[in-house]
Structures are given as C-alpha cells and as structure tokens.
Design a protein around this ligand. Structure first.
Ligand SMILES: Nc1nc2c(ncn2[C@@H]2O[C@H](COP(=O)(O)OP(=O)(O)O)[C@@H](O)[C@H]2O)c(=O)[nH]1
Ligand SMILES: Nc1ncnc2c1ncn2[C@@H]1O[C@H](COP(=O)(O)OP(=O)(O)O)[C@@H](O)[C@H]1O
Length: 201
C-alpha cells in the first residue's frame, strides 16, 4: 500500500454567530490558541472602539463614509448593519489568510452568515448560544462595555436571533467555557477530516 498523506485543497472557512454576550469573542480567542492553523478574520466596522480595542487587531475601525466607499468598490465578501453600525468582512483579509493555507474563522452576525452561505455553501456554520437569557444578561452587564440602552437592544435581538439556529450546521451551548471549547475543537477537527475535503495520494 502506498504511503498515504492528507492534504486539503484550501483552508476551511468557519463561520461563528450568536447573540451578543454569548461568548463568541472569548471562545474565538481561546480556539486560536488551541488550533494554531486557525486564523481570525479581522472585520471592518463603523462602531467606535471599546476600551482596550486596537485598530487592525480587534477590528479595522472605519468612518461611515470610508466603509460605504468600500461597499461601493465591492471590497466586502459580506457586510451588514448590526445595532446601528456597519460591520463587514473584507475580501482582502480572507484572501490573505487562505493564501497562507490557514483555516479562517469569521465571527459575524446572522445576516452576514447567510450571505456567506450563498457564496460558500461548503463553509462550516456554528451557532453559539448562552445557557439562558438570564445568564446572557449577566454576562453583558459584567463585560461592562455597553450602556443600559444598548444592553436592552442586544437582549431584545437575542431572542429573535435564536430562531435562526436551524440555518447553522452546529449549535454549541457556552455554559462551561472549557467544555464549549472542546466541542468547537471537535467540530473543526471532524470537519477537516470529511472525505470531500481530503485528497489521498
Ligand atoms: N455581518 C458581520 N457581522 C459582524 C462582523 N464582525 C462582527 N460582526 C457582528 O456584529 C455584532 C456586534 O459585534 P460587536 O460590536 O463586536 O459586539 P459583540 O456582539 O459584543 O461581539 C456581533 O453579532 C458580531 O458577530 C462582520 O464582519 N460582518
Ligand atoms: N462560559 C462562560 N462562562 C462565564 N462567562 C463567560 C463565558 N464565556 C464568556 N463569558 C464572559 O461573558 C462576557 C461576554 O463574552 P464575549 O466573548 O465578549 O461575548 P460575545 O463576543 O459573544 O459578545 C465576557 O465578560 C466573557 O468574559
């Protein structure tokens, strides 16, 4: 029998969505430490930076004018308005990471995820949910980054967002962080082994 090597034509595109405060950011950071070939695609946004956020690290922070110019120029793979601000994935960002042979993690909202699903049905779609809406409220308050008005807006949206679960391939409940993380690693590991993604030679 010849030696068998595994190879993937291209990195995996992984899309993660979920209500604000569910723990997407926390899980994505931890996931990158566990899976070195996984790279986070830095999104563009018109939301003002939160304390400690750095341009080009957490987001590319643009003015509305700059953002809309890039929309006109067709520079986004997907974009959407979320809680009154624009957010989008730059084609250049994803292209750069895929060219490096990396698996690419998109942490984006449901509208953006549905745009990606149309363009890349082979991507993997994962929905992160909190154990309860009460726990979600506690987490958003504890994070301390949003005003009471914004918190209420995000919680109202959370209930609607949960109705999109069926559009996703996997659902991970982020109750205990380590367990949720283990599930994400298991999902990504299994997806990379799918026969249609692997060439044997
Ligand atoms: N469509 C789209 N949504 C994004 C993108 N980047 C972030 N988001 C989503 O925008 C929403 C608000 O993100 P953010 O302001 O960082 O606050 P968070 O909800 O606390 O993470 C979240 O649902 C993110 O998943 C993007 O590039 N495209
Ligand atoms: N499994 C967990 N248990 C308790 N707190 C968590 C858990 N996961 C995340 N958090 C906390 O909840 C808050 C929201 O998490 P964050 O990653 O910012 O959510 P998102 O990116 O989905 O808006 C943060 O303060 C984070 O430390």
């Amino acid at each position: 029998m010849p030696e068998i090597k595994e190879t993937c034509d291209q990195g995996l595109l992984i899309v993660i969505s979920g209500p604000s405060g569910a723990g997407k950011g926390t899980l994505c950071s931890a996931l990158q430490r566990k899976m070195p070939n996984l790279r986070y695609s830095i999104s563009a946004t018109t939301r003002p930076p939160r304390k400690g956020e750095i341009d080009g690290v957490n987001y590319y922070f643009f003015s509305k004018e700059e953002f809309l110019k890039k929309v006109e120029a067709g520079e986004f793979l997907e974009w959407a308005e979320v809680y009154g601000n624009y957010y989008g994935t730059l084609k250049s960002e994803v292209g750069k990471l895929l060219k490096q042979g990396a698996d690419v993690l998109l942490e984006i909202d449901i509208q953006g995820a549905m745009q990606i699903k149309k363009k890349f049905p082979q991507a993997v779609f994962i929905f992160i949910v909190p154990p309860s809406l009460e726990e979600l409220r506690k987490r958003i308050i504890k994070r301390g980054t949003d005003s009471p008005e914004v918190i209420e807006k995000r919680l109202r949206c959370a209930a609607d967002e949960l109705s999109f679960i069926d559009e996703y391939d996997y659902v991970v409940v982020n109750d205990e962080l380590e367990k949720a993380l283990d599930k994400l690693v298991a999902i990504i590991t299994a997806e990379k082994c799918r026969s249609r993604r692997v060439r044997l030679f």
